[in-house]
Design a protein around this ligand. Structure first.
Ligand code: UD1
Length: 341
């Protein structure tokens, strides 16, 4: 059987970790990435970990002609589609860029899947589709709330496009994975998150503050209706998350899907507050973080965490890494980056 998997955005944060897991599970990842928010060094990191070369093509998934040639050349069995813009704030000021890139690339890929008879696609969705849910934890049946940013809207729209296509084209199989908050890095510290400029996300800001690159971490609000007043998220180790993609591809390749459009929550099932993250990071890495409480960040939701029963039972996947281990890996990765400067 052909084990070739197209991984769009494969040199990005989640994509690179997934390529490692795919390769170790016997698949052959082929990375297509335009390097708009990632570095070629990630591919070298993947190759060091798996001990062999990985096919990398610098191309834009919105470019139909180039992608058509890539589909002709490689004869993929499955696709994992990571490539997308992901900054919530930026999406508010550049909505057209987000719609063009995130929606355009998916439509392009779906058209090419039909043309080249590629059957399986895993899509990177997000818990952002739930917004502030009325009931926690969220299950896959929890109703989606109206998106609060163009970024969130692209995730909802892409899910809808996939659902409609699965309905119209019974030969294709779709699995949408709704990621919670991916953090940490590969235990080898050879790949990890590579934020450009000032990080938007919590963990890179935490590690850069610990490294002295940022003077102070701001905790966005301690007046939420949560036990310690800071927001609650479901922080999932990026290697655990990567493994969920292998389970999703296996499920489709082995014909175990219950329907040709399926959704799974990919989280730990545990809600952790921002302040708990800071304290745990300090404890496990034996250091002190410079931080202050500031006002709330616009658009932040108070709390969300996953009910992972469905993913555990149906996908046969479960988050395994402890938060301690994950926060240690995040710090190791920051130290590795600093050592390369
Ligand atoms: C959000 C989306 C997620 C999306 C991601 C992309 C939700 C629930 N999640 O994640 O789907 O993929 O953006 O970037 O909509 N924080 C601080 N100080 C900081 C940075 C963050 O206190 O400097 C806090 C935030 O208020 C939040 C938590 O840390 O409570 C996590 O923030 P972040 O890492 O940015 O992720 P989300 O906003 O949860």
């Amino acid at each position: 059987m052909n084990k070739r998997v197209l991984v769009t955005g494969g040199s990005g944060y989640i994509g690179s970790h997934t390529c490692v897991e795919l390769s170790q599970a016997g698949y052959e990842p082929v990375i297509v990435d335009n390097l708009s928010n990632s570095e070629k060094t990630a591919v070298e990191g993947i190759e060091k970990i798996i001990g062999k070369k990985v096919e990398f093509i610098q191309a834009d998934c919105c470019d139909t002609e180039v992608m058509d040639q890539i589909f002709s050349k490689y004869d993929f069995d499955s696709i994992i589609h990571f490539a997308a813009f992901k900054a919530v704030g930026e999406s508010v000021s550049k909505p057209l860029d987000y719609y063009r890139n995130n929606i355009g690339s998916l439509i392009n890929l779906l058209g090419l899947m039909r043309k080249h008879n590629v059957k399986n696609i895993v899509f990177s969705s997000s818990c952002t589709v739930y917004g502030q849910a009325d009931k926690l934890p969220v299950t896959e049946q929890t109703p989606r709330k109206e998106a609060t940013s163009p970024y969130g809207n692209t995730k909802q729209m892409c899910e809808d496009i996939l659902r409609n296509c699965a309905n119209a084209y019974p030969e294709i199989n779709v699995i949408a994975l709704r990621y919670f908050n991916p953090i940490g890095a590969h235990p080898s510290a050879l790949i990890g998150e590579l934020p450009r400029g000032v990080p938007n996300n919590l963990i890179p800001f935490v590690t850069q503050t610990a490294a002295g690159i940022r003077p102070m971490l701001s905790i966005f609000g301690d007046d939420y209706n949560t036990p310690d007043g800071s927001c609650i998220r479901d922080y999932i180790d990026v290697t655990d998350l990567a493994k969920a993609h292998v389970c999703a591809v296996n499920r489709m390749v082995e014909g175990r899907s219950k329907a040709n459009y399926e959704i799974f929550n990919v989280g730990t099932g545990r809600g952790v507050s921002t302040l708990e993250i800071v304290r745990t990071f300090e404890d496990v890495n034996n250091l002190k973080l410079n931080y202050k409480i500031t006002g709330r960040r616009e658009g932040d939701i108070e709390a969300v965490w996953a009910d992972t029963t469905y993913a555990n039972n149906e996908l046969g996947w479960k988050a395994e890494k402890s938060l301690d281990e994950t926060l240690r890996s995040a710090w190791r990765w920051q130290q590795y980056l600093d050592s390369k400067k």
